[in-house]
Design a protein around this ligand. Structure first.
Ligand SMILES: *Cc1c(COP(=O)(O)O)cnc(C)c1O
Length: 395
């Protein structure tokens, strides 16, 4: 029998969809001109890039001239945070507000800026994995250059109060950036209505290829260029455009936002059945708010189990999940997100994340629950610390 493969790690990356691949194909070997060239092959490539820009802008409520293509979500985050810091430092503003649960692309960029003399406030989160707008308001000072709060967390899927925080920033005259890499294509976004100044997104989180992203910069924001060189991307991000990948991003984002509510509701319903099934396993806990989370996200701690070991064993059985966040897989440190939510080290290390897509059926759900239950039981049975704990618990 062919081994059943279940991919439940869509927060790490997604498969390129067939329609996206099909849209990209002509731009490798047929329409391969440089978009800056003036003859037809160049103009055709230019048109394809600009169409993708329109689709991307349309998907998030922006104008096409506010969309800048980048090489990935990490680049978009680096550009937004470093360039805003550079811009505002000219006015003597050298303070940044972010949260303790950001992706490393933001956290480590802030850490770098701290070494350069900037001061960073890392907002805490509640046990629910959500930042409090009041904390953001209190943290903003006269010398605050930027507030950067992610839209949705990549580990626990919690959706942050972006509208409230953006409104506070607007009122106080502070730039607001959001890392929306996990949110785009899953949550309806309208950057103008929501008062967002900068937003990062990445293609490979919504069925476009890896290595292409975008930064939305509200028009009128004098954000300095990030890559210097040619005049691409309105002179703000040099480098010959990755035409096929940009075309793929345009096709993918258009498909992702189409019918977004009903499609996400369908994913959430399968997700809920898996979540409820897993939470019936004794000594488990859900990490992150149950309702204010991404439709496909499940993050559960199994007491007495090493999440890494569980993820490895599930992988051998063809169920692909991650422990903590994929970016830290392989290193033994517990997740900074779970620690910020107040989990103890053991519970944080016992966490497993499943992020399902639209391909997971209710039949798959039953199989996932059964396999995880069986595997968790096996791991616990072979753990003497666990046996000891259970004995003490029962007496
Ligand atoms: C994946 C991810 C990134 C990084 O995007 P890349 O395109 O892989 O560089 C940044 N932020 C969040 C929240 C992510 O999930």
């Amino acid at each position: 029998m062919e081994k059943r493969i279940i991919y439940a790690d869509n927060a790490a990356t997604t498969a390129v969809s067939e329609e996206v691949l099909k849209a990209m194909m002509p731009y490798f070997c047929e329409t391969y001109g440089n978009p800056s060239s003036i003859y037809k092959a160049g103009r055709d490539a230019r048109r394809a890039v600009e169409e993708a820009r329109e689709k991307t802008a349309g998907a998030i409520g922006a104008e096409p001239r506010e969309i800048y293509f980048t090489s990935c979500g990490s680049e978009s985050d680096n550009w937004a945070v470093k360039s805003a810091a550079e811009l505002m430092a000219e006015q003597g503003r050298r303070h940044i507000v972010t949260s303790a649960i950001e992706h490393h692309a933001v956290l480590r960029t802030c850490g770098y800026l701290e070494k350069k003399g900037f001061e960073v406030t890392y907002l805490p989160v509640g046990a629910d994995g959500i930042v409090r707008p009041a904390d953001a308001e209190k943290a903003i000072r006269r010398d605050t250059a930027l507030v950067s709060i992610m839209y949705a967390n990549n580990e626990v899927g919690t959706v942050q109060p972006v509208d409230e925080i953006a409104a506070i920033c607007r009122e106080k005259g502070v730039l607001f950036h959001t890392d929306a890499v996990q949110a785009v294509g899953h949550i309806e976004i309208d950057v103008h209505r929501q008062g967002i100044d900068m937003l990062s997104l990445s293609g490979h989180k919504f069925h476009a290829p890896k290595g292409v992203g975008a930064l939305y910069i509200r028009s009128g924001t004098r954000l300095p260029s990030f890559l210097h060189g040619g005049g691409q991307e309105l002179g703000r991000r040099a480098g010959t455009e990755n035409v096929p990948a940009i075309v793929g991003l345009g096709a993918a984002i258009e498909a992702a936002v189409c019918d977004i509510h009903s499609r996400e509701a369908a994913v959430a319903s399968v997700r809920d059945s898996i979540m409820d099934g897993l939470l019936k396993i004794p000594y488990t806990r859900l990490n992150g708010d149950r309702n204010r989370r991404l439709a496909g996200n499940i993050n559960i701690s199994f007491e007495g189990i090493d999440g890494e070991a569980l993820a490895l064993m599930l992988g051998m059985k063809g169920i692909y999940v991650s422990s903590g966040s994929a970016c830290t897989s392989g290193d033994a440190d517990p997740s900074h997100v779970l620690l910020a939510m107040g989990l103890g080290e053991a519970s944080a290390k016992g966490a497993v994340r499943l992020t399902i897509g639209e391909d997971i059926t209710s039949d798959d759900a039953g199989y996932i629950i059964g396999t995880i239950e069986e595997t968790a039981e096996k791991l616990r049975r072979s753990s003497s610390a666990w046996q000891h704990m259970i004995r003490n618990d029962n007496t």
